[in-house]
Design a protein around this ligand. Structure first.
Ligand code: 2P0
Length: 320
């Protein structure tokens, strides 16, 4: 009745932004991401008949704020009649700082809950359940380059190529570690309800997905860079055009973007992407990762730089 699973966050190159069904948390668009290797969340779930309620400890601190979401996710895997559970989560990177910690957390949670309850669901089913808890979490069940496809009234995941097939590196510049002012869920709904650019964003996503898929198939860094930066800036334009406007960047985010432009002008194969937060993620060839790290670390206002390769999907690990 106890199991531990480990998962890494993922970074979307073609972004998920908007929901077609808020109730079931179904995305309005498909997305393509890369799963990281070096940042991870380790999650232990233990179902225990002697408990009088679920408990959640995150990085050694009791966490009641996240507990209702975790409990709902456990219900979705083990059924509403399940025993209560104690859940322990440990991440080796700053959580709630725009590093997609909910993706690694809910991917690890569904896998650990499935193993602990003995439900034996398929990875696709678990991805779908993780996606109900947090849209991006579905992608962390898989490794390397992952596509999330909208399929009827569900989602379907595809591994486009593994981390070993195309081993890129990701350099994350943390420009602010405060919790973000508005959650992704709220920001997506505000975008849908108020942004004049939202419909165009949805209309164009299929073309961006096709371009990224082709770029990945031929391992064309240049093509992937162009579509990823375009898709990222388009997503932020949707937010800038919303009412109230949502600007997740700070001046350091822009300074990092300029630093990436400088690297590109000097001939380095690197591009940026930015999620619903102020951190900039630079994707590059592994041989350039140290130079990119040094360059971003020198940008005034950057608090911390984290480097990661690409890795595998979530997996059950031996209990410690
Ligand atoms: C993504 N983001 O594709 C996009 C890009 C942020 C910007 O998925 O509402 O925490 O829980 O399904 O997965 C972050 O949002 O949102 C996200 P919910 P989630 O990675």
């Amino acid at each position: 009745m106890r199991a531990t699973a480990k998962a890494q966050p993922n970074i979307a190159l073609v972004k998920y932004w908007g929901k077609r069904d808020s109730e079931r948390n179904l995305p309005a668009v498909g997305s393509i991401s890369i799963t990281l290797a070096d940042l991870h969340t380790t999650m232990t779930v233990e179902f225990d008949d002697s408990l009088s309620g679920d408990t959640l400890v995150v990085n050694d601190d009791k966490n009641d704020a996240m507990l209702p979401r975790v409990s709902r996710c456990l219900d979705s895997v083990a059924g509403a009649g399940r025993s209560f559970a104690s859940v322990t989560s440990d991440s080796n990177f700053p959580i709630a700082a725009g590093l997609a910690s909910s993706a690694s957390a809910f991917a690890a949670l569904v896998l650990a809950a499935d193993a602990a309850a003995g439900t034996g669901y398929s990875r696709d089913r678990l991805a779908s359940l993780a996606g109900q808890a947090s849209g991006s979490a579905a992608r962390s069940l898989f490794g390397g380059f992952v596509e999330l496809e909208n399929a009827g009234d569900d989602i379907r995941l595809h591994e486009l190529c593994t981390a070993r097939d195309w081993p890129l590196a990701v350099v994350v510049a943390i420009t602010a570690s405060a919790p973000k002012p508005v959650s992704s869920t709220v920001a997506m709904e505000t975008s849908r309800e108020t942004s004049p650019f939202y419909d165009r964003w949805i209309e164009q996503q299929e073309a961006d997905l096709a371009e990224a898929r082709a770029a990945i198939a031929e391992r064309s860094f240049e093509r992937l860079a162009a579509v990823a930066e375009h898709n990222c800036l388009k997503m932020h334009s949707v937010m800038w055009g919303s009412r109230p406007p949502m600007v997740f960047w700070n001046s350091t985010t822009l300074a990092c973007m300029e630093a990436v432009r400088g690297l590109q002008a000097a001939g380095r194969a690197v591009f940026f992407t930015i999620d619903a937060g102020p951190q900039l993620k630079a994707v590059c060839q592994p041989a350039d990762a140290e130079h990119v790290r040094e360059t971003l670390a020198r940008v005034g206002g950057v608090e911390q730089v984290v480097v990661s390769g690409l890795g595998d999907g979530a997996r059950v690990v031996a209990d410690d």
